[in-house]
Design a protein around this ligand. Structure first.
Ligand SMILES: [Zn+2]
Length: 215
């Protein structure tokens, strides 16, 4: 892998998304949800629209089109996503307001779009295997929708999972620990084995994460 071209790929995709000029549906959806929550109560409370998420909405629109989905999931900024950064509830993608400017936003949204294209229902409990499938699908989406190279897409998702490991993030509901998710991710893209085989967490067996050092 050429690290220069990899970073060029990712930077180009991010510039493309920033330039996207789309009419976001976030404001309308957030307003409707806020009203519904007043009546029914919601664990996740939508807050005001942030233009910074418009590129992610455009990402969702193009994903839905390429995967021939009948609808586009609104991307909604929310408070209280419980440390997950982003969440799929079967209809919408919630992005925690604290993660809107995170360097891992693209990987977070791509993972939730993975649940979307795979047809995972949510918000019912998602199994660890479904989470691994969504993470693998996020790589495929980054390649197909944003035209990243597979190496760049794998690296983007890997960096996100490794940050979760190094940050000591608690294991999220329905997930395996981040290092084990990394090992699963890398196994699913054998064409990248020449460089991914040496990465941290690459060979973590199930149940071994607790004994691994963090940076
Ligand atoms: Zn997930």
């Amino acid at each position: 892998m050429n690290p220069g071209s990899l970073h060029g790929d990712v930077a180009r995709a991010r510039r493309t998304l920033r330039r996207a000029r789309v009419r976001s549906v976030v404001t309308r959806v957030a307003g409707a949800l806020a009203g519904a929550c007043l009546v029914a109560g919601c664990a996740t409370v939508p807050v005001a629209r942030t233009p910074a998420l418009d590129p992610m909405q455009r990402f969702a629109e193009v994903t839905a089109a390429l995967y021939r989905k009948a609808r586009v999931p609104p991307i909604v900024i929310a408070a209280g996503v419980n440390g997950e950064g982003a969440r799929w509830d079967g209809a919408r993608i919630y992005v925690d307001e604290r993660f809107v400017r995170s360097p891992h936003l693209l990987a977070l949204v791509a993972h939730e779009l993975g649940h979307f294209v795979l047809g995972h229902a949510g918000p019912a409990p998602v199994t660890p295997e479904m989470e691994l499938q969504a993470t693998a699908a996020s790589v495929e989406i980054l390649v197909r929708v944003l035209r990243l190279s597979e190496a760049a897409a794998v690296h983007l998702v890997y960096a996100h999972l490794l940050a979760a490991h190094d940050g000591g993030q608690p294991v999220l509901p329905g997930h395996r620990p981040p290092c084990e998710e990394i090992a699963s991710l890398l196994r699913r893209f054998p064409a990248q084995r020449a460089w991914t085989g040496r990465l941290r967490c690459a060979t973590t067996p199930p149940g071994a994460e607790a004994s691994l050092p963090v940076r």
